[in-house]
Design a protein around this ligand. Sequence first.
Ligand code: NI
Length: 461
Amino acid sequence: MKNSIRNKISYVFLALVLIILMSSCSNKEELSEFLKSENSFESPVREYGSEEVININAGNFLAYIVYPKGDLNELDKVCKNWANETLEKYRNEMDSTGANLVISYNSHIVEDKYVVVGFHGEYYEEGYAHPVSFVSSFNANRSTGELLSISDFLTDEEIDRLKEYVIKEKKLEKENVDEDILSNWRVAEGGIEIILEKGKYLPESEGTIKIFASFDMLKNGKENVGKNEKKKTIDTKELENIDKAIDKSQEVTKEKTQKYDKVIALTFDDGPGSSTARLLDILKKNNVKATFFVLGSQIDSQSDLLPRMIKEGHEIGGHSWTHRSFVYLSDEELIKEIMQTRAKISSLTGVDTLIVRPPYGAVDDRVQKIGKTLGVHFVNWDVDTLDWKTRDAQSTYKAIINEAKHGNIVLCHDIHSSTVDAMENVIKTLLDKGYHFVTVSELLNMREDKVKPGEVYFNLY
Ligand code: NI
């Protein structure tokens, strides 16, 4: 199991490097330099042990969990237990049609004396407006292996002072502050770091908050002097240069698609799944082309379907590897999500796809900049069938037929059999109305302007 994961990772990495090297864009050297330069990315720090992976791919529940295993038994045990308990908790709570859970960690060795493991996770269930984020922290003595509590560092009085400091620093309402306010603590160089979970004490928009309090301040009331973490971001100058190079050379220049009076693009996300083969049969029978935004982690379950899609004239795009929202990922994680999926598609089909559908349609300026650097463009939709919610063929049919206009991109999910059930009638009605079914790239090639990397498209206009 472990070996197969390792093989998979090294294989994906090799494919990634190959794709970068073989990529036909003229700025390939800059791009590969950019991707190689370690300082450009906010990488996970893993100073303790090695990574253990739990990878669950059970129909509509996806989990990808990484936790550390090293030479401190107690620490390893609490980390493993916490990972498994969190997995069970979310798996049992899930009450909709699809969910995914991703947990990652950083580990630090502090002043040669302590090991700190900080977990961060994200859970998303279909129907949620945003993923739920959560954190957890474990601290251990590096030489004895003993797990540490905050009272190993601070007296009761100092703990109260720390609490007051957190409240004052973040202007928290006292009545909102509970017993758990200090529960996520991490020992840091010269002090204690408190992590406030996103949305727990402050509005969601504030994100996850780290507050550093120096021992000097807590013990002696001295000024709080400590290292303030600065987020590493991509150097903007570097990006601008790459942008310019791409603007000049990498506009997607495929031949213009034949003009039709009425075109529409059906898109299917989150697969391949158990109903995808049946969908392909229906599309083939009706000579209809569609676009599949596949999930990297799902591909192995139905990998033979990808070559079939290409052979039958469909288009394949990437929908990320783990279905995490791009806006919450570090630069490095985001690049991996896009490039691993792209590499996987390429390895099975020989096609290097440049279209990406972001999970939940979520992009921001940073995501777009990285998309531009990678030469991909983002494809959202303007007709949302809500098929994952209704799970009813008639509702899916109505949602499409009532809204269909020339130039639409329609969002469906081929992982739901009810969606596939709707397709025979959808196709028949739209053909009767004079529509021609095109792939996303065919549709975008009919635009007046040229399709550009990093841009987000919703339809023909
Ligand atoms: Ni999706």
